[in-house]
Design a protein around this ligand. Structure first.
Ligand code: IMP
Ligand code: MG
Length: 194
């Protein structure tokens, strides 16, 4: 962008800023338009994968004027690591009935694909009228399970990112933008020693 200033540092623990608050905001608005173009004006049910998708879900919902219902699913997290290990586990499941409903599943980031695959399967077992998936970030290079989201905010390189809902050991979710965590901050021992 020719006339824009370099982005202000988001946090000292970041090696680089990937997406500023303004960039995310603009893209969230345009994803909402894409969703609207696909779904139309009818009611649908949003299922948000918490905790990571909280900010994205909250912002995206406010850009959509359809009647919507909201439910959340909690899936086991990295637990202080930067690579997913094994199969994700559902810790807290749905409370709404989604049979015959149009469903939009929202996650923060599509990485190996295991989480989206698992949760999509669980939702489809409940016989919704339709299921669409939406992720803010897509790390295509890391895919292990062949799955793509219907709506993708940004494709990003294979780097561990935090901010705007994304965490490392539950930290950094509150940063308004998204950046790459410095390698020396990517181990639990660093946290234990402060
Ligand atoms: P997947 O099952 O490997 O696709 O991983 C998806 C989940 O891993 C997301 O819901 C995120 O919570 C988490 N995740 C993947 N990559 C990152 C990252 O770079 N930063 C923070 N969390 C991540
Ligand atoms: Mg996470």
């Amino acid at each position: 962008m020719p006339n824009s200033k370099p982005p202000a540092p988001l946090h000292p623990d970041l090696a680089e800023v990937l997406l500023t608050e303004a960039q995310i905001k603009a893209r969230v608005k345009s994803i909402a338009r894409e969703i609207k173009a696909a779904i139309g004006d009818s009611e649908f049910t949003i299922i948000s994968l918490i905790n990571g998708a909280v900010m994205f879900t909250a912002d995206l919902m406010r850009e959509i004027d359809n009647p919507v219902r909201l439910d959340c699913i909690r899936v086991s997290s990295y637990g202080g690591k930067t690579k997913s290990i094994g199969t994700p586990q559902v810790i807290h499941s749905l409370t709404l009935d989604i049979a015959q409903r149009d469903v939009l599943l929202i996650d923060d980031i599509l990485d190996t694909g295991k989480t989206l695959k698992l949760v999509s399967g669980l939702i489809l077992d409940l016989k919704p009228a339709s299921l669409r998936t939406c992720v803010l970030l897509d790390k295509k290079a890391r895919r292990e399970v062949p799955i793509e989201a219907d709506f993708v905010g940004f494709e990003i390189p294979d780097k561990f990112v935090v901010g705007y809902g994304l965490d490392y050991a539950e930290r950094y979710r509150n940063l308004p933008g998204i950046g790459v965590l410095r390698p020396d901050k990517q181990n639990s021992a660093a946290w234990a020693s402060g």
